[in-house]
Ligand binder design. Structure first.
Ligand code: IMP
Ligand code: MG
Length: 184
């Protein structure tokens, strides 16, 4: 399948190492996570789902349709900078959610938790805004971060420590449109 014409048409001919989660597996798991999230919030209280761009954009689209609660959706873009290629520098919000987080049930949506550096700098910024609750859902968790300011309450998959692409995840902005998750 990874060297099928359908896949190669989307990767520009670049071969992938292996498919880690195929599209059906992802869809089934997203439905389960949506049910678990639904069960965790009071029936009549609205959630503010905040996707961390860009990697979470597809997951957010599928997940919000699996949450049977009133939901509003916003996004934020965090940029780590200061040290070039490592993500150990400062984190700056280059797109701030339009929504006021004060007294809201905020659900942060992350594509993948790797070193945790980005999240560890972002979480205090969000807490400062006084959400009523702040929880996180991550599609993938590599379980390599030594410390997380906020552990994701829901995780799609415990991921292998490989570089993963597809279903929103990129390598140099490529491969976000693959319907499955693969390793490079
Ligand atoms: P962290 O700060 O190391 O936890 O990772 C921050 C961001 O790096 C994640 O939200 C992803 O956008 C990206 N990232 C980390 N690991 C991968 C990967 O395996 N594939 C694609 N992007 C990744
Ligand atoms: Mg990301």
């Amino acid at each position: 399948m990874i060297d099928s014409p359908q896949v190669l048409a989307r990767t520009g001919g670049r071969e992938l190492r292996r498919i880690v989660y195929d599209a059906d597996v992802i869809q089934r798991r997203v439905a389960e996570v949506g049910e678990a999230i639904t069960a965790s919030y009071p029936a009549d209280e609205e959630l503010l789902v905040v996707g961390l761009l860009k990697g979470s954009f597809i997951f957010v689209g599928d997940l919000v349709r699996a949450i049977a609660r009133p939901v509003q959706v916003d996004f934020l873009v965090a940029s780590s900078y200061g040290s070039g290629t490592t993500s150990s520098g400062e984190v700056r919000l280059i797109y701030d959610p339009e929504a006021d987080l004060q007294d809201r049930h905020v659900l942060l949506v992350e594509d993948i938790v790797d070193s945790g550096n980005t999240l560890n700098r972002l979480i205090p910024l969000l807490r400062d805004r006084g959400p009523r609750t702040l929880e996180m859902v991550a599609l993938l968790h590599k379980r390599v971060a030594p410390h997380l300011e906020l552990e994701p309450r829901w995780v799609g998959f415990d991921a292998p420590n490989e570089f993963l692409i597809g279903y929103g995840l990129d390598h140099s902005e490529d491969f976000r449109n693959l319907p499955f998750i693969a390793s490079l």
